[in-house]
Design a protein around this ligand. Structure first.
Ligand SMILES: [Zn+2]
Length: 77
């Protein structure tokens, strides 16, 4: 994580710079986004698999990719 952080790359989602000195709980703080999820064999620390992202942007991405429940498709039998 330190290696990626040292690159000082802008957020890969919104393109704005990330202040590495912000508290980790700050919505604009530095987080890592993994191209290949760790659950699918992605490397935790491989710079090729990790991109810089704001915490806020990372979480909003997660919300967007979350499967949406279909609107009431069940019928009343
Ligand atoms: Zn961002």
């Amino acid at each position: 994580m330190a290696a990626v952080k040292a690159l000082r790359e802008p957020c890969c989602r919104c393109g704005h710079n990330i202040d590495p000195n912000l508290d980790a709980r700050h919505p604009m703080s530095f987080t890592l986004d993994h191209v290949i999820p760790l659950s699918k064999g992605g490397s935790l620390l491989d710079p090729a698999n990790a991109r810089s992202m704001h915490r806020r942007c990372n979480s909003s991405k997660g919300n967007r990719t979350a499967p949406q429940r279909p609107l009431k498709t069940s019928r009343d039998w």
